[in-house]
Design a binder for this molecule. Structure first.
Ligand code: HEM
Length: 470
């Protein structure tokens, strides 16, 4: 996808060497190039200096290109960095101050309150719901139907998140509202975060009206669900029940607004990401017959045509490797950022407090030192004997350190169960004329991914014969 010229322009500033990315245009700097081809642009900056300066208008951002330098920011030196900068500010305005957007001070209170809702025993309890949601959505497909794969996976992920989040009458309404309105919310929200001025979003345009309607509906249904839980008094064994019952060290509970913000962040961070990972997996399986054959062989041998349970996942190691490799090649969050809260030294250079840093899981996952032939989709590179420190350092689809995705294991279980459920009954075939383009929105999206659903003959499920024969 990208050529890799080295960053070439060097200059001296305040006694340290600044490596600037070439190709900045007057006034806009690299803005247009990044907007036009973000993945190609970022990848072309890799392979040279550990820190490369990018210009956006009058602003400067430092792109970190080496896994060890990124680890310093996220893990070992994380106390000197925080979430910040225009993208995070925009996200705070839209989604509030939940776990993914809040500054570090608030994060230290919030994370321990939410973490228990994601511990293994809780996740095991969510598995049957996860499996059922995939079965419900895929159960409505017709043999030969052309699917908008992203849309279908979003419906599964939205239903899973809402049903593991809450139950009851208000929650059922919320499930419907989120399934209906979240796609609008996500696509418009991305534009709102990318265009930082308020006035274009106030114009009486159909897209602005659609956004407001979607936002109002989702807000109202979240608030109604919280109110129902408060009224019931006894929090259930789901995510919202946990949030309503959670207390911080001082014994203080979360306010309704705080719970609202947490739910909103879960919707934004937890649905499209997982849905996109699933979509890319189907895209890969459709184009790599040998990998597809091995996935079916494993599933049929282990499940013999029955629906999967959470306990089955440990016996599906090839499926797990395929998912892991999908997240390497198509990390659903392709670009992350941090702001220095103190003067820092990184990659042999010094930066004042307030410096903004970008780093890209998409690019780090193509680090040839960790992943030889990085563009080759090879699930077996995740065989345990082939995974060492270099791979662990460079592989960050869920981020790393204290702000690492709280839903990492949740999403892996959810995606594995959805895949196993769908593949037991269906085969998704690529459409020769469909052009699939990786598009950067909040997530790395397979635009144009449409596939044909083929029902597997009942006599073949559990045998893999239909797949062998193809
Ligand atoms: C394949 C699926 C997913 C991927 C690739 C993914 C990726 C990420 C990444 C990269 C971050 C770190 C952002 C940063 O360091 O700035 C993150 C944070 C977060 N994710 Fe996920 N995520 C996924 C699924 C989920 C799910 C299912 C949920 C909720 C159930 C979720 C909730 C969150 C939250 C709340 C945060 C903020 C954590 C914090 O700041 O403490 N994610 N995610």
């Amino acid at each position: 996808m990208a050529s890799c010229p080295r960053p070439t322009v060097a200059a001296t500033r305040e006694g340290t060497t600044t490596v600037r990315a070439p190709g900045a245009l007057p006034l806009v700097g690299h803005t247009v190039r990044l907007a036009r081809d973000p993945l190609g642009f970022l990848q072309a900056r890799h392979g040279g200096a550990p820190v490369v300066e990018l210009r956006f208008g009058t602003g400067r951002v430092q792109l970190l290109t080496r896994p060890d330098v990124v680890r310093e920011v996220l893990v070992t030196g994380h106390r000197s960095y925080d979430k910040g900068g225009p993208i995070i500010e925009g996200a705070r305005t839209l989604f509030g101050n939940g776990l993914g957007t809040c500054p570090r001070e608030q994060h230290r209170r919030q994370r321990p309150m939410l973490q228990p809702a994601f511990r293994p025993s809780r996740l095991a309890g969510y598995s049957p719901t996860m499996q059922l949601c995939a079965e419900e959505i895929a159960g409505k497909w017709q043999d030969g139907q052309v699917l908008d794969v992203g849309r279908q996976m979003n419906r599964i992920a939205a239903r899973v998140l809402m049903r593991t989040l809450a139950s009851g009458d208000a929650a059922s309404t919320a499930v419907r509202q989120v399934e209906e309105f979240l796609p609008t919310l996500m696509s418009t929200a991305f534009r709102r975060v990318a265009v930082p001025w308020a006035w274009p979003h106030e114009l009486p345009l159909p897209s602005n009206r659609r956004y407001r309607r979607a936002d109002t509906a989702v807000r109202a249904s979240i608030d109604a669900t919280i109110a129902e839980y408060r009224r019931a008094g006894a929090p259930g064994d789901d995510l919202l029940g946990h949030l309503v019952g959670a207390r911080d060290e001082a014994g203080t509970e979360l306010s309704d607004q705080e719970i609202h913000d947490q739910i909103k962040i879960m919707l934004i961070a937890g649905i499209e990401t997982t849905a996109t990972a699933l979509s890319w997996t189907f895209h890969v399986l459709g184009r790599q017959p040998e990998i597809e054959r091995r996935v079916y062989a494993e599933l049929d041998a282990e499940l013999d045509g029955r629906p999967p349970t959470g306990d089955d996942l440990a016996r599906l190691p090839y499926l797990t490797r395929v998912l892991t490799e999908t997240l390497r090649v198509y990390p659903t969050v392709p670009l992350l950022s941090r702001v220095a809260t103190a003067d820092v030294a990184l990659g042999g250079r010094e930066f004042p407090a307030g410096t903004e840093f970008f780093f890209s899981p998409y690019c780090l996952h193509r680090d040839p030192g960790a992943f030889p032939e990085p563009e080759r989709f090879d699930p077996d590179r995740w065989l345990s004997e082939r995974v060492g420190a270099a791979q662990r350092l460079a592989f960050i689809p869920w981020g790393a350190g204290p702000r690492k995705c709280i839903g990492d294991t949740y999403s892996l279980i959810e995606a594995s169960l959805a895949l196993a459920t769908i593949l037991t009954t269906w085969r998704l075939r690529p459409i020769a004329t469909a052009k699939v383009t990786p598009t950067v929105r909040f997530s790395l999206h397979p635009t144009g991914l449409r596939m044909t659903a083929e029902r597997r003959p009942a006599r073949h499920r559990g045998s893999g014969l239909d797949i062998e024969a193809a």
